[in-house]
Design a protein around this ligand. Structure first.
Ligand SMILES: *Cc1c(COP(=O)(O)O)cnc(C)c1O
Length: 402
């Protein structure tokens, strides 16, 4: 068997945990019933399995099982939340607020709504990637119907202040949606304490299967109205028709159950690995940390590297590690990351960037191999003149807290 690169792209997707797979398998073969078949045992056992995942997800975010609507992933959940609210509330108002660093699965539905006549305010972020609450406050209008701010960013890992945002939204009677695709199972989520009305979830970033997600839809204080985006058999209380994908739903539940049980110890372990990686890499000159040093996902490290070409760097790293570039590089076919440029550092454009997404199956040994290879690659790509140009310069960012 050939040696494969070390996988460090856990914000893109994660492998299915063996325990999750084991839970799913019977639901492909023996327990294959349609969860809507109310007349026989095949249907009942599928229905029971779906109910169990609904309960796990609801408990994970302090909701009730009736408030969970299964979707094909976070992309669909975001579309249902944003377009569903727009369609249900357009008579009340046609203004939506979101943020420059959101995932395309939020920005694109908003841009689509713009073509239908909605007005979209896109909030900037501060240098650390967090939104400014006074900017949010200023953006509210009488016709604002929805605020969509993600829980954890998929590139720089920063955790937005959900409770403060929820407080403001509810004070103004505005629906608050959060895309928690990167957050579920990794950071505490509580729809009551954080006053969240809609929350998008997905399984495949948390060692569950691809193709399954959910939207939490608040049922009281306030009861959120949603126009379905997919019509049919009236599944999921009419909000999302289509036969439930029982094996994936079972896997989703198991994945979240495991992640929650291990969350505290795993976050500690990941923080140590991230710290170790940063400590080793930041021994080099001209390495910058992107995103807030503490208020971020434990497994996320995003750096910008001075003095190297982004495409060349990624190519050099490839044989040893599978990472992603939030690239601001000079090669023609890669456009700069809109998240990194939104941080407002004008020099960012000239830097190469790397996103390390550390996960459950990464070890200290792997981190050491990765750090060593990354350092050697960066050094080999830098011209001798680079070090001269660095003389006397200050690192402008802080190391993440331990
Ligand atoms: C991965 C991701 C999505 C898309 O989720 P899918 O389940 O793949 O559709 C949406 N938002 C964020 C923040 C993500 O990281």
């Amino acid at each position: 068997m050939s040696i494969r690169p070390i996988y460090l792209d856990c914000h893109a997707t994660t492998p299915v945990d063996e325990r999750v797979l084991a839970a799913m398998i019977p639901y492909f073969t023996e327990k294959f019933g349609n969860a809507s078949s109310i007349g026989h045992v095949y249907g009942w056992e599928s229905e029971a399995a779906v109910k169990q995942t609904r309960e796990i997800l609801a408990a994970a975010i302090n909701a009730t099982p009736e408030e969970i609507v299964f979707t094909s992933g976070a992309t669909e959940a975001n579309n249902l939340a944003i377009k569903g609210v727009a369609e249900a509330y357009f008579k009340k108002g046609q203004h939506i607020i979101t943020v420059a660093t959101e995932h395309n699965a939020v920005l694109d539905p908003c841009n689509y709504l713009k073509t239908l006549g909605f007005e979209i305010t896109i909030l900037p972020v501060k240098k650390d990637g967090l939104i400014d609450l006074t900017e949010l406050n200023k953006a509210f209008r009488p016709e604002t119907i929805l605020v969509s701010v993600m829980a954890a960013n998929n590139e720089i890992g920063v955790l937005q202040p959900l409770a403060e945002i929820g407080e403001l939204c509810h004070a103004y009677n505005i629906i608050f949606h959060t895309d928690a695709a990167q957050a579920i199972g990794k950071t505490p989520l509580d729809v009551q304490a954080m006053k969240i009305d809609l929350m998008s979830l997905t399984a495949h970033k948390v060692f569950g299967p691809k193709g399954i997600g959910a939207l939490y839809v608040r049922r009281r204080d306030p009861r959120v109205q949603l126009a379905p985006q997919q019509h049919g058999g009236g599944h999921e209380r009419g909000m999302r028709s289509g036969t439930l994908y029982t094996p994936q739903i079972v896997g989703f539940g198991k994945a979240v159950e495991i992640a929650l049980a291990e969350q505290a110890t795993e976050n500690q372990r990941l923080t140590q690995l991230r710290q170790s990686l940063w400590k080793q890499l930041s021994q080099l000159e001209g390495i910058h940390l992107n995103g807030h040093p503490q208020q971020r996902l434990a497994g996320n490290l995003n750096i910008s590297v001075e003095g190297v070409d982004g495409a060349a760097l990624l190519l050099g790293l490839q044989p040893v590690m599978s990472v992603s570039s939030g690239s601001a590089c000079s090669s023609a076919n890669t456009s700069p990351s809109s998240v990194l440029t939104a941080l407002g550092n004008p020099q960012q454009l000239a830097y190469a960037s790397v996103r390390f997404g550390i996960g459950r199956f990464n070890t200290q040994e792997e981190i050491d191999i990765v750090a060593k290879h990354a350092i050697a690659t960066i050094q080999s790509l830098r011209k001798p003149s680079f070090m001269d140009s660095r003389a006397g310069k200050q690192q402008f960012d802080l190391a993440p807290a331990d």
